[in-house]
Design a protein around this ligand. Structure first.
Ligand code: DLL
Length: 429
């Protein structure tokens, strides 16, 4: 099913012409921003020099630091009176990034979300529970307006009160739920502990943080849904940038709205399809906050083949962020690898925390993981053997020795939004 068939199945030649036209418009729009006037001057590029898509490689990158330095409104290309909404990034360190939206931006954004929801088979027949934060986080209002545009019955449940969320699913006959994968896991736990069946639920849309294929099977089994991955970032409106289709093998990124490059994060060199690197996006229709070659920090690759669904070239699932990557004794570790290993072990559950310390100049990684109910009740092996088994599996997968601490089921923190499972204490020394 298509929401906008013409745009979703546009031919390669028409797409290229549209992208060039929109790239030129975007360049023109950036000239209202002092940062971009000076960046282009410094790079020795005039907007008129950009005639083909390949020319985009002459443009300077934009970094998150530059956006933060522009706090609050330094990156806006239109006067504040044309801005009808702002959102901000969660900003764990320093000032957040402020994103402004014109009326046109809100329209373009909900159009993209509508495409995604229809792509996964949802329609005005569905009841959609939007279990994410409705504040400055883009996930709430972003999905809300996209789902309303499709004509779905939207339940703006936001986060919190998991028991009540479960009642809403059952009482309202909710067919589709949107939340972070971490929260979905918590919902599943609470539903199981209360015996709720969630019989009407059929579709799960999960995103805003990395999650693994094993987490997908786990959520599908426990919630009785087909689970789709949803990717986005506030700087590009929010959610809706890339989304899985029913093939569930890579995410469609909307090429009419986003020009995509994959670069080597160390050298900035542009990589080809099939090569994993950092996703760089130039939005093509953003009015309030146009950006050039924005370095997302997210690690993925352009896939080599077009998708059989007819919507063109996809990106692979995000495996982590270049800046979230942990370097432990010189070895690169992504939290999603740890999750993948733990989910494959029946003795432990899916909840874990990772602590990194520096002990006598050496990095030490400690992983606290909840035991599964079966493991905890002693039906499996004894504790020491389980611990050894978990540490061995992690060692094999990560190439790194870790200290594993088994803890009681239910004792680690649960997350309503994005999970924060990594506590790096090395800087505190
Ligand atoms: O997380 C927007 C969003 C809301 C996406 C709801 C999907 C669903 P930010 O808070 O700005 O925006 O965080 C963006 O989150 O650069 C990625 O590192 C990470 N991220 C988002 N979606 C995924 C995903 C929203 N599906 C940052 N897989 C991005 C992996 C993701 N990482």
């Amino acid at each position: 099913m298509f929401w906008n068939t013409a745009m979703e199945t546009i031919s390669a030649a028409d797409l290229e012409a549209l992208q060039i036209k929109r790239l030129k418009w975007t360049l023109h729009q950036t000239q209202n921003v002092a940062l971009y006037r000076s960046k282009l001057k410094e790079a020795g590029v005039a907007p008129g020099d950009i005639k083909t898509l390949e020319d985009a490689a002459k443009l300077p990158f934009t970094t998150k630091k530059e956006l933060q330095a522009g706090y609050p409104f330094g990156l806006l290309a239109v006067p504040l009176r044309q801005i009808v909404r702002i959102h901000t990034t969660s900003g764990t360190t320093g000032k957040p990034t402020v994103v402004g939206y014109t009326r046109g931006d809100l329209e373009s954004w909900s159009e993209l979300i509508a495409r995604n929801l229809v792509m996964v088979g949802l329609s005005d027949e569905d009841v959609f529970q939007n279990a994410v934060n409705y504040g400055l986080f883009t996930g709430g209002l972003g999905f809300h307006y996209g789902a309303e545009k499709v004509g779905m019955t939207v339940v703006p449940s936001a986060t919190g009160n998991t028991q009540r969320q479960i009642e809403m699913i059952e009482d309202f006959g909710v067919t589709a739920i949107h939340c972070t994968p971490s929260y979905a896991m918590h919902l599943a736990e609470v539903a199981e502990s209360t015996g709720a069946e969630l019989a009407t639920l059929k579709t799960g849309i999960f995103g805003a943080e990395p999650w693994s294929e094993s987490m997908r099977s786990e959520l599908e089994g426990r919630l009785g849904v087909t689970a789709f991955d949803s990717y986005g970032l506030s700087e590009m409106y929010g959610p809706g940038v890339a989304f899985e289709c029913p093939e569930r093998d890579g995410l469609h990124i909307w090429h009419d709205s986003y020009l995509v490059e994959i670069i080597d994060p160390a050298t900035g060199e542009v990589l080809g399809p099939g090569e994993r690197g950092e996703l760089v996006i130039t939005p093509l229709v953003k009015e309030a906050m146009p950006l050039l070659r924005y370095r997302t920090g997210d690690i993925t690759m352009l896939m080599e083949e077009d998708c059989p669904c007819g919507r063109g070239r996809k990106i692979a699932r995000i495996t982590g962020r270049s800046d979230d990557m942990l370097v432990i004794r010189g070895i690169n570790v992504f939290p999603s690898q740890i999750e993948h290993v733990l989910l494959g072990l029946p003795e432990v559950g899916e909840q874990f925390m990772v602590y990194i310390d520096r002990v006598k100049h050496l990095d030490e990684m400690t992983i606290e993981v909840e035991m599964s109910r079966a493991g905890f009740s002693g039906e499996l092996q004894d504790l020491a053997r389980i611990q050894k088994h978990v540490a061995g599996a992690l060692h094999n997968a990560l190439g790194l020795r870790t200290t594993v601490k088994l803890v009681e089921p239910g004792s680690l923190p649960r997350f309503e939004g994005k999970a924060r499972r990594i506590v790096d204490r090395r800087g505190a020394l």
